[in-house]
Design a protein around this ligand. Sequence first.
Ligand SMILES: C[S@@+](CC[C@H](N)C(=O)[O-])C[C@H]1O[C@@H](n2cnc3c(N)ncnc32)[C@H](O)[C@@H]1O
Length: 230
Amino acid sequence: MAIINDVNPELINCYNVIRNLSIDLIEDLKKHKNTSEYFYKIRELDRTYEFKTLSPVERASRIIYLNKTCYNGLFRVNKSGQFNAPFGRYKNPNIINADIIKSINCYLNNNNVRILNVDFAKSVETARKGDFIYFDPPYDPISETASFTGYSLNQFSKSEQERLRDVFDILTMKGCLVMLSNSATEFIAKLYEDYNIIRVQANRNINSVGTERKKIDEFLILNYPIDDKK
Ligand SMILES: C[S@@+](CC[C@H](N)C(=O)[O-])C[C@H]1O[C@@H](n2cnc3c(N)ncnc32)[C@H](O)[C@@H]1O
């Protein structure tokens, strides 16, 4: 059995819709237009009463559309939880990726996967010895100015990073196998100094066209030995 979890209800709604209503989602995605005027009309929906009347399919379609057409594919919201990434001006964004949606739908329906929308600490409460857990938390900012305040209402502060490390410690004591990714900052290196830290290069700019992706150093942190025979 596998568990997928995120605290962001819009993201988790996408997983649920892809599992249960993928054909309706692919159909709904066809209505979108790649113009600045249309983008801001769809982006503003979460500032209106109408947002509460959208169906799960319409909400997932909106988030996928915004993700594919906004600047750098960032999911970013303001303090009131309203989407605020600007229009990305991409010539040919891949808004309807039917093959990917169908593959994820197939995977989610043919495997025993539970989809949760809770805090990370709660999602791993039932983890037992031998279970594998991967954490992909909001990244510790590389600099004060690079501080990325996106994803959800509650920003992921240094104390949230510490709370996550405490959960990592508890899972380690239980005998779970835990992997976590984060940015390669001194703060993260110190926080996980008792664990195996691998420096890796990753594409950090998730943009819809795929150009101008920069390689950036990140940490992969493991609480089990690194297999360096491969
Ligand atoms: C680097 S992103 C990972 C996104 C995810 N792996 C995906 O692509 O579907 C970090 C995620 O952490 C989530 N997050 C922030 N605080 C959280 C919390 N307290 N519990 C669970 N998830 C949280 C954010 O909503 C965001 O989606």
